[in-house]
Design a protein around this ligand. Sequence first.
Ligand SMILES: C[S@@+](CC[C@H](N)C(=O)[O-])C[C@H]1O[C@@H](n2cnc3c(N)ncnc32)[C@H](O)[C@@H]1O
Length: 271
Amino acid sequence: MEKRDDEGDEIDLQLHLAHSARMYDYYLGGTTNFAADREAAGQAIAVFPSARVAARANRAFMHRSTRLLAEQGITQFLDIGTGIPTSPNLHEVAQGVNPHARVLYVDNDPIVLAHAQALLLSSPKGRTVYLQADVADPAAILTSPELEQAIDLRAPVALSLIALLHFVPGDEDASRIVEHLKEALAPGSALVISHGTPDFGPAEAERITQVYAAAGTEVRMRTREEVEHFFDGWYLLDPGLCPTHRWRPEGVELEIADAQVAAYAGVAVKQ
Ligand SMILES: C[S@@+](CC[C@H](N)C(=O)[O-])C[C@H]1O[C@@H](n2cnc3c(N)ncnc32)[C@H](O)[C@@H]1O
């Protein structure tokens, strides 16, 4: 399968290897996944049967948190670890509240770049821009021409790192990245995080970590305290850090057990 980026260069999709974005797409019932992804995702589901429930709950958290921040007046969104487009995407939610909302999407997986067209269908009044970059280099993201096209760092930004940081295994690396990004944002900005945790089922978390490692992706599940640390110095909005489906639920989410999502979510504001 040959794909080309906007410059016409061929994109190497590494279809023989499982990729986290395509495994996640499989959990969500998408079609942008291949044999190696489906095999690894099948193994993940075998050790963590609620992987699909967890993925959908995570996606629903993204919808609720984005809607809230757009309703509270944030007009700029920086979404790192965007994932393969799955409607409604973040810009559709934000622009559903405010058609002028502007979004910079960032991901390091070539498959997301290959499908970025769906992320670029902005409302005419707003703007969406896509940048292929690694969160490990936050300075490159913050100084990119793509960021400049979508975001004014002097005004509040909603930074979402949703289901991303557990793919940054080093604790010091993860803290350095998050602090660098937080530092660059203006007061009134928001930090949105969801993150896998072993707290509700240590044995399942260990097994799922092993499945991802065998597929070539290092995962670091973090405890409540470790995830809360990412928000240091910012004001956590109610209800604080909680399992993804319990963050301002809208009804159906509450039928899910905490162990089925195995992830925390929170939203904090820079004062
Ligand atoms: C589980 S998906 C989450 C997608 C979306 N944020 C959501 O929650 O629905 C994780 C995404 O993070 C991306 N990712 C993983 N490591 C990354 C890194 N170092 N830099 C940028 N993106 C990364 C993957 O390619 C994948 O698209």
